[in-house]
Design a protein around this ligand. Structure first.
Ligand code: URA
Ligand code: CA
Length: 435
């Protein structure tokens, strides 16, 4: 078999069989097939796509490219959650303790963010001393003891995905449904959970801009999950505007704490309850969505979800004083206010621009080696559909002095919103649930 012939085959829009896919992924992982050939293959897949059988085979080939975690020592049905990625998506920080507080074990493997904002691991590490490089044994013990653990992706989990993603990132082949679906699902399969809830984001701040495309991605991932014996549910959620009000590591941890105390933004609360209720369903903790939703609402109102977060922070070495008093978090040196230039209604608040503004002042990474500044970011004061009076604060940029990117960040924020003199109905938050 030669990589050349397989690239040609895909370029000419033919199907690759399992043996051929295994050959490509194994050769790539072991360094025998060079980056330029796999880049060409990725572009051929971008244009010609893959059928579901090919995507499932690609998923398994990548899942098997490195270690696979055995979670059989954890009692109960373990559910994982994954988001396709958005701007300032604080969901995991809330969801993990919330679901754990309802008695369902959560084993979360998370990545670092590349792009607008930090990933869940980056956000948690903004809590002083919080450790995310847990050994396999500690990871499993913590789940057995407190129902929750969160760890950075270990060295050798899905190395094929790691290598492929870094090529896609620089060859304009990230936003391809077969490549996204196999990338996400391979990590979930290797991560060892019994069931998966997927948050498929849709809108300006997401990979999928179009509902048809997002639906297709969601359906394919659910089908792959079923094929590989993992119960999978996908929830299509809005990412046209950012979720919640905070973007940036410290700001989002504070937002998560508020939400866990049931004093957070309602859109973030709603998405966490919806995703969480589906996790409880998969774990067979409840027999209906409604019961799951109500159980989780009780855990928010009763304080158990917040207590579980504190337990998790303490268990992983984090400084609890910051969680008990979020004023302790370091603050940015400066603030700049985006103010409305006229009266009307907010008819646009583009997540992508807000994400880029946050990244420009240091809340995200432009390249892999960039360091994130925990204290910077954006706080939104208005959301889509809100009535606005001239001079109202729409957003606050938290930045440090002498930031060379400040002017560009301000321009991104100015370009993010639109005020018109018409009432619009609020955006749907949840479009569809696919099982
Ligand atoms: N998230 C992933 O893990 N992989 C992708 O390809 C896209 C989003
Ligand atoms: Ca947020």
């Amino acid at each position: 078999m030669r990589a050349y012939d397989l690239i040609l085959k895909k370029r000419d829009n033919n199907e690759l069989n399992k043996k051929e896919i295994d050959f490509l992924i194994k050769g790539f992982t072991q360094g025998e097939i060079p980056d330029y050939q796999i880049s060409a293959l990725a572009m051929a897949i971008y244009f010609n796509g893959m059928n579901e059988r090919e995507i499932a085979d690609l998923t398994m080939a990548m899942a098997e490219s490195g270690d696979q975690i055995d979670l059989s020592k954890v009692e109960g049905i373990i559910v994982d959650k994954h988001s396709t990625g958005g701007v300032g998506d604080t969901t995991s920080l809330v969801l993990i303790p919330l679901v754990a507080a309802a008695g369902v074990p959560v084993a979360k493997m998370s990545g670092r963010g590349l792009g607008h904002t930090g990933g869940t691991i980056d956000k948690l590490e903004s809590i002083p001393n919080f450790k995310t490089n847990l050994s396999r044994d500690t990871f499993i013990n913590n789940i057995n003891e407190i129902n929750a653990a969160i760890a950075g992706q270990s060295g050798n989990l899905t190395p094929a995905d790691k290598k492929l993603y870094s090529l896609r990132d620089v060859t304009a082949t990230v936003d391809s449904i077969p490549l996204i679906a196999s990338s996400i699902m391979s990590k979930k399969i290797a991560g060892g959970a019994d069931g998966i809830v997927l948050d498929v984001k849709l809108g300006s701040g997401a990979f999928m801009k179009d509902i048809k495309e997002a639906e297709k991605l969601a359906e394919i991932m659910v089908n792959i999950g079923e094929k590989l014996n993992k119960k999978t549910i996908a929830v299509l959620t809005d990412m046209e505007q950012p979720l919640g009000k905070a973007v940036g590591n410290n700001l989002e941890v504070i937002e998560a704490v508020n939400t866990l105390k049931d004093q957070g933004p309602l859109d973030l609360r709603e998405i966490c309850l919806t995703l969480g209720a589906n996790m409880l369903l998969i774990a067979e903790k409840v027999d209906s969505f409604k019961k799951g939703y109500e159980l989780l609402e009780d855990k928010l109102k009763g304080g158990e979800a917040f207590d579980k977060f504190k337990e998790l922070v303490e268990k992983q070495g984090g400084d609890l004083r910051y969680i008990e008093n979020t004023d302790k978090f370091k603050k940015s040196q400066n603030r700049w206010e985006l103010k409305a230039d006229k009266n009307g209604f907010l008819v646009q608040l583009k997540a992508i621009n807000i994400g880029l503004a946050a990244m420009l002042v240091g809340a995200g990474r432009a390249t892999k080696s960039d360091e994130i500044l925990n204290e910077v970011g954006v706080i939104l004061h208005k959301k889509y559909g809100n009535r606005i009076a001239k001079g109202d604060k729409i957003a606050t940029l938290h930045y440090n002095k002498n930031d060379d990117n400040f002017a560009e960040a301000v321009q991104k924020l100015k370009d993010s919103y639109l005020i018109e003199n018409k009432v619009i109905k609020p955006r749907d938050l949840i479009y569809k649930i696919i099982k």
